[in-house]
Design a binder for this molecule. Structure first.
Ligand code: BTN
Length: 263
């Protein structure tokens, strides 16, 4: 079954496309039956990132949120973020096709080029309506022409990498196609297996040294863990091998100190 073509709503300025889309769904301004649907803004005044951070939202970059009527149980909603990461990776690969730059995925769903962040994804889910339908919201910020200058957390943009200034509307068309294809790959009986395999092709390399700022396993306490990437578990959890050889399952957190790929 091929996925339905999403509707696109464009607005010039909003606080956050994720928040606004959630508001429109909750107030039934947007019906669940109308999904999938993109809300895209030229500028965000209160862009939100993961773990309560803000997302710098300057004009010329892409700020878009897709709402989908998810048939998947809430336990696997985090996989949505990895599905979206692959679609953003596909899109950036297209944008940088004529350059030597190759994007990589950083767990769970950042997209980096030469170790610098070019895109971020914020996935949220809610239950709506009498049927309590599960709706997933996939918010994507893609640095097309501008990026924050933060020495601690390096960032980049398409323009910085190759001098091109792609239009956000053109990039949204590419992204939408890639995301619907990746969602289909995930949903259509093949489950997470295909997504996991594709993620591993463009994510961390086995044995790569990682630091994870995360919930300590089974405790929910924030901690920093260092180790080596030992793959993804069947459900998408990060597997981190510590110095003692023990492999930990990480289900939530931020990976840092990722070395740029040597290739
Ligand atoms: C992150 O890496 O921390 C996630 C950043 C996600 C930013 C996008 S921009 C469009 C959508 N609206 C938001 O407020 N956030 C997401």
């Amino acid at each position: 079954m091929s996925p339905a073509e999403p509707t696109i709503i464009h607005i010039t300025q909003i606080g956050s496309t994720n928040t606004e889309l959630m508001r429109r769904l909750a107030s039934a301004e947007v019906a669940v039956e109308a999904l999938p649907l993109w809300l895209v803004a030229d500028v965000q005044t209160a862009g939100r990132g993961r773990q309560g951070r803000s997302w710098t939202s300057e004009p010329g970059n892409l700020f878009a949120s897709l709402a989908i009527n998810s048939a998947s149980p809430p336990e696997v909603t985090h996989q949505l973020a990895m599905v979206a990461g692959l679609a953003v990776h596909d899109t950036i690969t297209r944008l940088l096709a004529d350059t030597p730059h190759k994007p990589r995925l950083k767990w769970p769903n950042d997209v980096l080029v030469n170790g610098a962040k070019i895109a971020g994804i914020l996935c949220e889910a809610t239950r709506l309506g009498q049927n309590q339908a599960l709706v997933g919201i996939i918010g994507i910020g893609l640095n097309l022409v501008q990026h924050p200058n933060d020495l601690e957390k390096p960032a980049t943009s398409v323009r910085a990498l190759c001098g091109q200034r792609p239009l956000a509307t053109d990039v949204l068309a590419l992204l939408s196609k890639a995301l619907m294809t990746r969602l289909d790959e995930w949903a259509e009986a093949r489950g997470f297996g295909a997504t996991r395999a594709h993620w591993l092709e463009v994510g961390h390399t086995l044995g790569e040294a990682l630091t994870v700022h995360s919930n300590a396993p089974n405790s929910g306490v924030l901690s920093s863990l260092t180790g080596h990437f030992a793959g993804l578990d069947v459900d998408g959890a990060l597997l981190l091998e510590g110095a003692d050889g023990e492999v930990l399952r990480i289900t939530f957190g931020d990976v840092s100190a990722v070395k740029p790929p040597s290739a």
